[in-house]
Each structure stands twice: as structure tokens, then as C-alpha cells.
Design a protein around this ligand. Sequence first.
Ligand SMILES: [Zn+2]
Ligand SMILES: [Zn+2]
Length: 589
Amino acid sequence: MADLKEMSKEERLERMRHSAAHVMAEAVLEMFPGARIGIGPPIDTGFYYDFELPRALTLDDLPEIEERMRKRIESDVAFEPDLISKDEARVIFHDQPYKLELIDEIPDEKVGLYRQGEFLDLCQGPHVERTGQVPAFKLMSVAGAYWRGSEDRPMLQRVYGALFDTQEELDAYLHAIEEAAKRDHRRLGRELDLFSFHEEYGPGLVYWHPKGGRIRTLIEDFWRDAHFAAGYEIVYTPHIGKSTLWETSGHLNFYAENMYSPMDIDGQDYYAKPMNCPFHIQIYKTGLRSYRDLPIRLGELGTVYRYERSGVLHGLLRVRGFTQDDAHIFCRPDQVRAEIERCVDFMMFFLGAFGFEQFHVYLSTRDEKGKWAGSVEDWDMATGTLRDVIESRDLPYDVDEGGAVFYGPKIDVKMIDALGREWQCTTIQFDFNLPERFDVTYVAEDGAQHRPFMVHRALLGSMERFFGVLIEQYAGAFPLWLAPVQAVVIPIADRHNEYAGEVVGKLRAAGLRAEIDDRNERMQAKIRDAQLQKVPYMLVVGDREAEAGAVAVRLRSGDDLKAVPLPDIIERMKGESEVPSYVAPKTTA
Ligand SMILES: [Zn+2]
Ligand SMILES: [Zn+2]
């Protein structure tokens, strides 16, 4: 058998993880004689095994299973492969119906078997040689899993384990999970009073609370200012449109399953919009456009509704109603390159303002075998431009050959957060279909009607999803320019309330978001609460501060700046809360 050290890390981990799954199955069978076992493959971070047990497992059971596994690993028994006939296998697994089902489906004459000690499993391997080679692992969780993933088969109990080469790597992984749990936007959304969902009145629909609403307003204001600076016009369009619009756009044909049932208005079917594009096209078409008018860039914070199965809804990340930061660019062929460059640079500026500096780009190209809209020349030009621009910006990218939808090539950008996770955000997508369907044209220099290039583009993706990612990115501790409350003023005793009120008044007059905490609580408790609410500045005021016109400054990081004159802290906070401003490229193209 091969030496573990000589294998690629991938192969070694796969063997060790799969072997740990067998060891776990043996341990569980020992705890529950008569248990039925399903399958136990390796996965990305470890392994799992599915069981049918006389009772439901809880997290409290995991240490005992781990303990039994460790004994087996210590006793260092060999994994022994075998190849036997199906009939022999049926005898061995006569009391294991799930295994019998698998045996029936194996096309070969003989089936693989692996033995460690008393435990036998139907298995092709490969495994490590001995149980002693199973390294650092930890059982993580128990979850229900349908046998073979089918809802009409029995629900089994799946026990997950994490396994890595070394204890160090395992610890790093466990730490990352803990960090992610601490940053979970659903939990922080509750604790920081940012948003809520009301399942009973419709799942997947977000209620933004005042503090969440404040942050959204700040992001939207930033978005609008930057878009005007970048040469976009901002439009507002209806939330519903008549069936004829969606027939012409083709959505009722190829996108119907994502759309909600129509509502009847004067005997006509109207649909909630799943996309803003057809509306923006109507605005474009209200006038005769000449080559001199292009490019036209129409942006909208457009709220759309799309059907998602309830099983895939997930906090703010997957919802049924959301606001896209949408834009459509109509341009001439000779402007395509500059427009794509502007889009990519704008994206990097915009996401950079939220602390995202690293991106991973996915380029989707034409499916040669499928049907597509537009000409091969246009596709090649559009795809080549996307590729050139991401290369010129040194952005790492992968190509999804043939992965583009039928109407045009696109890039999807994932931003990498503080924990190294990738989040889908920006999309820049060519469209050779809608301009055709709606007969979108401009008058070119030759006096004839030509078709403009149309690009769909969203930077953040949607306000909801981006907000969810942002909460996790900052772990709820928003930078000053986004913090819903920038400072809490804390009077030490009742007699300081008046001065505290004055301080709040001055902060607000300077455009800062400040509140007073005049509850009948001890100062330490107020500081702790403000810290839990991740308020950046805590300004404590007592006799000395009131006399000196100062505040005692505590930061949410725990730093204590002692007494600072009020005008100084206002100056400092104003500097820190400046909104990043976009400077458009000098060209007028
Ligand atoms: Zn196996
Ligand atoms: Zn669009």
C-alpha cells in the first residue's frame, strides 16, 4: 500500500477522512447494537456517516462516540480490503437493509469490502492502512438526512466530523467556524436590532428596523452620489408590469418559474417585476437616440420579487423580495471597452469603500453547442473585452467555458471577506437578446438605425444580500461612516444629564449621529451595553468634564482616551466618518 506521506495532501486527507467515517460507524454500532448504517463518505472538511438509530442523537452523545473512536484509533488495527460475491455480501449484511439496497445496485459481479477489527463495510476504499493513521478529528454536529437525498425515503441521522492533517489545522478550522458563528448576520441582526423576518406573514421578506434602515440609507446615499459622479442617470420604474411587457421581454417564457402569479387589474394580468431591464429599455426608447447620446447609463435601486423555494431561503442572503443596485448601459461598439473598464474600476472603488480589497472573477463564455442570441462576432468581441479588462486590472479569474446564459457573456465577481470567504456580488452581463426583442436602436453616423450594445450591471448585487455580507464582514462593528449610532453620551449621575444633552446637541449639529443614555443604570453597565451594541464612541461626562467642556472618551475597542475637549472629538469623528467619494475618469467618452 502507498505511503501516506508520498501522497498529495488531497488524496491523503480523503483516505484519512473516509477511514475516520468507518471508525465512527464502528463506534456507533457498538453504542447501538442493531443500528442500521447508510453511507459514510469523506467531505471537504472531514467526513460523515448516516445512521438509523433507536433514538435521536444529541450533541451530548458526540463526546462518547469520539471516545470510542479514539480507543479504536489507539488499538491501531489494520484496514483490510476484500472482494467477495454479491451473495456472500448479502449474507454479511443481512440485517443492514440500506447496504442490501446498495449491493443490488452494484453492476459488477463482485463487491468491495473493508474490514477493521470486527467491523465490516461495503466499500471500494481507498483507506489508510491502520486505524492509528487517523489524525486530529472532532465530531461536529448531527443533522437529519434523507436516505439517498430523497424526501420519500427514511430520514436518517447524519453525524458530521471535521478532520485535518494536524491538530493545528483542525484548531484553525474550529476557530474559523467559531468566528463565522459569531459573525452570523442573522444573530447580529437580532442583537443589534437591524432587521427581522416575519415567517407568519411571508418568509423571505425583510423588515428593516431603524438602525438597519439608517445603514441602508447611508449606503444608498453613497450609491447615488457615486453614480451621478460616474456619469449614470438615476431612474425609478414601476413594481408591476402588464403581461405584454413580460411576453415581449421573453420572461414569461424562460423566467416564469421565478415569477409570482399575476394579479388581475381591469381584466389584464400584471406581474410583480423580477427584473428592471424591460422598464429601463422603455425609458431609452422614449426618444430617438443618436450616436452622440451614447453611452446612456441608467441606474436604479430597483426592488424586484423572485420566487425561491422556502428550503433555500437563508437570512438576508437568499430572500424573495430584494432591491438590486441595478444599471443598464447602452453604448456603441467603439465604446464597449471603455464602458467595461469603467464598470470594473467603479466596482473596485465601490466595494473597496466597504473594506473589500480582494476579488475573484468568473468569466462565462458562449455555449458552442447551445442556442444563443446575437452574432458570433459580437459574442467574441464582448467576451474578449471582459477578459482583457479583468486581466489588465490583475484580477484573478476562472473561465466557465460554455457557462454563459443564451443572451450574452458575463463576469460574476466574488469579493473575499475578512475570513477569506467568497461572496457573489457584482455582475457585468452583455445582452444580445433584449435589444432585439424590444427593437432598441440608435442613429449612427451613417444616418441608419443601429443596435446598441446593452450591458446589465449590479455592483452590490442587492441591498439585502450585501447588507448581510457587510454585517459579517465587520462582525457588526461598522466603521464610523456606516455606524447607525456613532456616539453614546453617558452621564455619570443624574445631575450630568443637562451637560450630556448639550454634548449630544453639539454632536448632532456637526452632522454626527449621537444619543444620550440617561437610563437609571450604573455607568459601567451603560458602557457595557454600548460596547455590546458596537457603538464606536462612548463619551462619558461627569463633574470634571462638564466644567472643562470636555468628554471622557472610550472606544468600542476598549481603548480609553481620557478627557478630550469636545471640539477636538467632534473634529476627529467628522474626519473618520467621511464618506468615500468617487472621482470619475477624465475622459468624456
Ligand atoms: Zn468505505
Ligand atoms: Zn437587467
